[in-house]
Design a protein around this ligand. Structure first.
Ligand code: ATR
Length: 273
């Protein structure tokens, strides 16, 4: 039996086990997917033990996506560029790290509508999630990308050298909002259900703009609610979550899981709450 898992801290709320178990069951694979909480203080010892265990592959989530890198035998070039790994695969007794977050996001976005080089893309935020999405965009999209961040220097550092891409402040982005046809919200603003703050004002949003937020819990952030009110086409982070999971599943098993089955399993678990 194959054994997969997700490691993180905290991990009890992770929906990865539910989602992957649904795919395993659907394909009738002889496998299980479990969750493992690793200690932040004892990470060195615990990850070393885990890599000596019988696991066949695992996902890595907050706060270990960067810390895992030095423990792996190989890291693929895209994950290296991201500086973060979310998927680890055992290949002939070597542990190989990948990052499926950015590409998973992009697959989800293009399910909504295909990207055109005439699109003008704005990414809000310049943290780990933003970087993966930016790099995935650069692989397949020739248009210009603008990154807006509270700390401007972090957006500037993220851009590919010699690209036409731009780094701007959140205020500048709000003032130029009507120029963008796709807006991707990657900051943590909106994660806290009691707080109705937006990362930037949406007064100048054009109707018909595609607005995507990587958060899916809450299911619709105040940012998405406001964008929808202003006539935007909106998407929450569930598509990214499902697609990054499906890409990881393919790396472990070489099987293409049914994304609709994975998505439904997550939706069902929301309803049970
Ligand atoms: P992740 O890996 O999930 O992307 P991160 O690396 O901590 O998380 O990045 C968080 C992002 O959210 C950053 O772009 C951060 O802006 P700064 O670089 O200025 O810190 C952004 N962010 C967090 N809280 C914010 C807030 N209240 N308003 C605006 N941006 C915020």
């Amino acid at each position: 039996m194959k054994h997969f898992a997700v490691i993180g801290n905290p991990i009890v709320h992770s929906l990865s086990p539910i989602m992957h178990q649904a795919a395993i069951q659907d394909l009738q694979l002889d496998a299980i997917y479990t969750r493992k909480k690793l200690s932040k203080e004892l990470f060195d010892q615990e990850i070393t033990d885990l890599l000596l265990s019988d696991l066949d592959g695992f996902n890595v989530t907050i706060p270990f996506k960067e810390r895992i890198l030095p423990y792996l035998d190989e890291v693929d070039s895209f994950a290296k560029k991201c500086g973060a790994v979310n998927t680890v695969v055992r290949r002939q007794n070597k542990w190989v790290g990948y990052n499926t977050d950015g590409r998973g996001f992009l697959e989800g976005l293009t399910e909504k509508r295909p990207l055109q080089d005439s699109d003008r893309v704005l990414i809000i935020g310049a943290g780990g999630a933003s970087k993966g999405i930016y790099l995935a965009l650069k692989e397949s999209y020739n248009g210009e990308v603008t990154v807006a961040n509270r700390t401007l220097s972090k957006a500037e550092e993220m851009l590919e050298p010699r690209s036409k891409d731009r780094a701007i402040t959140l205020t500048e982005a709000a003032n130029k909002l009507s120029q963008f046809t796709i807006i991707i919200q990657t900051t943590a603003v909106g994660l806290n259900a009691e707080n109705s703050d937006l990362p930037l004002a949406l007064d100048l949003l054009s109707s018909g703009t595609l607005v995507s937020d990587i958060i899916y819990n809450p299911f619709e952030t105040p940012f998405l609610q406001e964008a929808k009110k202003r006539g935007a086409i909106t998407q929450n982070g569930l598509a990214m979550f499902v697609n990054q999971g499906a890409l990881a599943f393919k790396l472990w098993t070489e099987e293409n899981p049914d994304r609709a089955v994975m998505r439904q399993a997550v939706l069902d678990s929301f309803e049970e709450e």
